[in-house]
Design a protein around this ligand. Structure first.
Ligand SMILES: [Mg+2]
Length: 391
């Protein structure tokens, strides 16, 4: 269950491109300084500005001193113009943003913010109409750390009193924020609804195919309402099953050295193809049916070999509806001669073939770890946090 949504600020809750803009090239033009030289000096102060080592005024002063053209009036001119521009950005906060925050509150979902920002942006955020809705606001200028540093995410989770699995992170993707959130185990959405407003060279992040996307603010509500299944293997904290033992078939579908996996809708995590046994079928028929349903691939019995029954009693799945099952899996294998046309089902958001090396980098459900241990031992020994994430 999602208990909190953590947002990025710019290009996620508000857009810098919603009206007039004021970027480094505008600052240089206002002072009659060559744009490229100013940008270089300005960007060299970015880390200090973001991490609270200097205020915006001190950052401008430093940059102008590097160029030998510092004056108090120039600092005031630029910082005042930035301030006015920021006020405009927050005045134009979309009504949909506020409506979304209100609806999340109504549903009892906590709201967090992690923003990489300078001193003037931190001030503007604290004065904004968004700020009163935030249960936790982690501003890099105040925290002394920036995204994608995991520490700032951990602090947000701590303040919100939630675990990564209970969190949906929403951001446009700037500063590699989505990769860090995903590495920590959060569900992620890339905000794309402001994407068309941005222009070069200020586009913070392009579309990332590897993530789910929000094309309108209401997509965030939908995603936050999704339940999440939990998977356990050799975990002393696993809940006790409350339903009859469950048996199903799982199939390793190889094409060359690559094996097919699906990203499950119930958890946003990767798993081998498979599912539960029907009353009227055999295990191999179950493997064939599940393969057809989840991938569109039609297999014949003679193409399939039985590999092993996985019946470790610690393989447990907890569904969002409260059902907890002990899962036993008959694992089959097949090899495709040609690359198939893949069709996703309702149960899978994505289907993809992975090399053993690539398996090390994806977030596999714990209940399929014993399958990795058996057939891809090199993957499990090398994986500590991603595949073998402790619950
Ligand atoms: Mg952003």
């Amino acid at each position: 269950m999602i208990k909190a949504v953590i947002f990025d600020m710019f290009e996620t809750l508000v857009s810098m491109f919603s009206g007039g803009t004021y970027f480094s090239e505008d600052m240089a033009t206002d002072l009659n300084i060559p744009v490229d030289a100013f940008k270089k000096a300005w960007h060299s102060t970015e880390h200090d500005r973001s991490c609270g080592n200097c205020t915006i005024e001190e950052g401008i002063k430093k940059a102008l001193e590097m160029l030998g053209c510092y004056s108090e009036e120039s600092v005031k001119l630029l910082s005042d113009k930035r301030k006015k521009n920021l006020e405009g950005i927050f005045e134009r906060t979309p009504v949909d943003t506020i409506a979304l925050l209100q609806e999340l509150k109504r549903r009892g979902i906590k709201i967090g913010l992690i923003s990489n920002c300078y001193s003037d942006e931190a001030d503007a955020i604290r004065k904004s109409s968004i700020f009163p809705y935030l249960d936790a606001a982690l501003l890099s200028y105040e925290q002394g750390i920036c995204k994608p540093d995991h520490e700032i995410y951990k602090k947000a989770m701590e303040e919100l009193g939630i675990t990564a699995e209970e969190c949906l992170y929403v951001g446009d993707g700037g500063s590699n924020e989505l990769f860090a959130a995903r590495d920590l185990g959060m569900r992620c959405l890339q905000a794309r609804y402001f994407a068309d407003l941005a222009f070069e060279p200020h586009i913070p992040c392009y579309k990332l195919d590897d993530f789910e996307h929000a094309y309108k603010l209401s997509d965030i509500l939908e995603e936050s309402a999704l339940g999440t299944a939990k998977f356990y293997y050799k975990n002393n904290n696993a809940p006790k099953p409350n339903r009859p033992n469950h048996i199903g078939s799982t199939i390793l579908i190889f094409h060359g050295e690559k094996v097919l996996m699906e990203s499950r809708t119930d958890s946003n995590r990767w798993a081998f193809i498979g599912g539960g046994l029907f009353l009227t079928e055999t295990l191999i028929e179950c493997a064939i049916r599940e393969t057809k349903e989840e991938t569109g691939i039609e297999l014949q019995e003679q193409d399939i070999v039985f590999k092993k029954l996985f019946d470790d009693p610690s393989i447990i799945i907890e569904y969002p509806d409260g059902n907890i099952i002990r899962s036993m899996m008959a694992v089959y294998q097949t090899e495709l001669k040609e690359a198939p046309l893949l069709q996703c089902s309702e149960e899978s958001k994505k289907l993809k073939f992975f090399t053993p090396d690539e398996l090390k980098t994806i977030n596999v459900v714990e209940t399929h770890i014993p399958i990795l241990e058996e057939f891809f031992p090199e993957v499990v020994t090398n994986v500590d946090t991603v595949c073998f994430r402790k619950q």
